[in-house]
Design a binder for this molecule. Structure first.
Ligand SMILES: [Zn+2]
Length: 246
């Protein structure tokens, strides 16, 4: 075979192999995503009857952090929380939103309004003996606009809260595919919670690229789905931990 023909043959072979590898890789990605989605669907029966309090952070006169587009944290947290509540409700959970509109929960005559607002949110979970309390927030760090990525927080020493936090962080990482952050323990208002509680900071509004994502309706749904998946896996794991051994 003349050298040029051999080279052409080899090039054609290399191109074909590369195309097949790309095709195969792409298919495998979507197959594994599909299998992952189905495993969450199959497990989602564990949510039936669970009482889950979803807390859209901030509201009313407390706008929370603000992005360059002028959108406030309270608007984004409400959008994501409503989406999460709908997903949980469809799976049979009893969902309580701490707010469904632009308001905050501070007692009008409380001396410390912000404190009262935060405690009243947790109290909804405590009073209803909820199975989980999820508070949705948006992060901001204007001194370093490169900071990005969703992250979960639990109260130090909260056994179940820490486990739930880990499950949600895992699914934020796998569903969103853009955070390498690890779940963290921090002493904050969820210290008042008597039920497993997690604060989910869904991303940094101070990061221009992430701000764009946080304002995107499809990304808001994706974020809600990630938190939903974490809750499903947490309750599936919990039921296997407390199930009597055969
Ligand atoms: Zn916040």
């Amino acid at each position: 075979m003349p050298i040029i023909r051999v080279l052409r043959f080899k090039l054609r072979y290399v191109a074909l192999t590369a195309a097949l590898i790309c095709l195969g890789y792409g298919s495998w990605e979507s197959i594994s995503e599909e299998l992952d989605r189905r495993s969450v669907e199959a497990l989602s029966t564990v949510l039936a009857g669970k009482i889950i309090v979803v807390d859209p952070g901030h509201g009313g006169i407390d706008g929370g952090s603000e992005g360059s587009a002028g959108i406030q944290e309270k608007e984004i947290t409400l959008e994501v929380s409503k989406r999460l509540a709908a997903m949980l409700g469809q799976a049979g959970a009893i969902v309580l939103l701490t707010r469904e509109c632009d308001m905050w929960l501070a007692d009008p005559d409380a001396p410390h309004k912000k404190r009262s607002d935060l405690i009243n949110r947790v109290d909804i979970a405590n009073r209803n003996n909820a199975d989980a309390f999820i508070s949705i927030h948006v992060n901001s760090f204007i001194y370093s606009r490169g900071q990005r990525g969703a992250q979960t927080f639990s109260q130090p020493g909260s056994g179940e809260g820490k486990i739930l936090s880990q499950f949600i962080q895992n699914d934020l990482a796998s569903v969103l595919g853009n955070t390498k952050r690890k779940p963290k323990e921090t002493d904050y208002f969820i210290r008042h919670s008597k039920v497993p509680a997690v604060i989910v900071e869904i991303g940094f509004i101070s990061n221009p690229a992430e701000e764009k994502l946080l304002l995107d309706s499809a990304y808001q749904s994706k974020t809600a789905f990630a938190v939903y998946c974490g809750l499903v896996r947490y309750f599936a794991d919990k039921s296997s931990r407390i199930a009597p051994r055969q």
